[in-house]
Design a protein around this ligand. Sequence first.
Ligand SMILES: Cc1cc2nc3c(=O)[nH]c(=O)nc-3n(C[C@H](O)[C@H](O)[C@H](O)COP(=O)(O)O)c2cc1C
Length: 399
Amino acid sequence: MDRRLFCQSAVATGVALASAASRGFAQSSQAGRPIDEPNLFTPLELRGVTLRNRIAMSPMCQYASEDGFANEWHLAHHAARAVGGAGLLMAEATGVEPEGRITPNCLGIWKDEHVPALRRVTDFVREHGSVPGIQLAHAGVKSSRHGPLHPTPNAYVPLDEGGWMPVGPTAKRFRSDGPVPHELTIDEIRAITGSFAAAAQRSIAAGFGVVELHFAHGYLGHSFLSPLMNDRTDDYGGSFDNRVRFLLETARAVRRALPEDAPLFVRLSCTDWVEGGWTIDDSVKASSLLAEEGVDLIDCSTGGATRNANIPVGPDYQVPFAEQIRREAGIATGAVGLITEPAQAEAIIAEGRADLILMGRQFLREPHWAHRAWVEFKSETPPPIAKEYAWALAETRRK
Ligand SMILES: Cc1cc2nc3c(=O)[nH]c(=O)nc-3n(C[C@H](O)[C@H](O)[C@H](O)COP(=O)(O)O)c2cc1C
């Protein structure tokens, strides 16, 4: 984060703490003697699942799989953050079909053979008190690209080098150097909905406690929602009702496939940040409809439908969307995007702007962020770090 943005964040956080002071939290923290517990460390109950705190790792592609399989890297990535105290760990965008992967090295869950390696990860995560979640995804027109570690990062993978034909609502190139995607037929759209439902069932078999549908960032789900990407004239394009049809049908099919006590999240790009694109008002309407379908939380991201958006990136820049959806659609929300500091995260929860904080890059820098927050707040809750470390760190905390 550049220094200017950091300073803005500090100012914003100061305001938030001042208002929290009236409820005793900031006073207690300043006095070094907790009166109330930080809101960040209150559990979050969703259906039959209780997160031990409001701190979640945001889904982050690792580009470390072969044929979709999880391996030692995925275990290490999740294990470190479970040990470090996160309440929820959302696994990266995971392909519900091989052609739904962004790159040939993305994680997948399109066949039963994927389940045991994922189970190893979820067993460890649960043993250490975090809830394992999985983001189910289809990359649509943005699929079949090389990952960041390839010599030509982000380039489309040619068909004769193991790539595949990207698919979308419309046969329209996303990038001038990319292929013209195949326009999905209605039968093909419904088959992909079926793949999401089958992947949700496998996710439960693999031990995941939360399932999230990726309908953001210009991938297949979002590309149906956004007028910038969807030019269809049939039941899946045109009007708002038609553009949300794939979203609602997929949410319904996945909800049916999940046990009653398993929470379902949807990640939306709450705005395209471009005139004529998907808007926050559309997101509020869609979120209300998703709540009726049994979705439990909207994970509020933005952007990705066009490369021409001017996005005002800075601390908390996506929080207003989580706040508005929570207030107007009456559904729990997750806030994400440049949330890096404990006081910043605490203010978002304390002020009722979101129910859950998701962090991406800060969790890469600092796997034990939740424990740091717990120390800074002098929280009286049990330390959110593995017992194998907690006994040793308790001594440090007394000093
Ligand atoms: C390495 C990396 C991989 C990501 N992969 C995904 C992903 O698989 N699914 C997704 O919805 N967002 C993905 N994102 C976006 C993050 O989940 C998050 O929304 C974004 O980084 C903003 O949060 P941050 O400022 O805390 O990093 C990724 C981000 C990073 C840095």
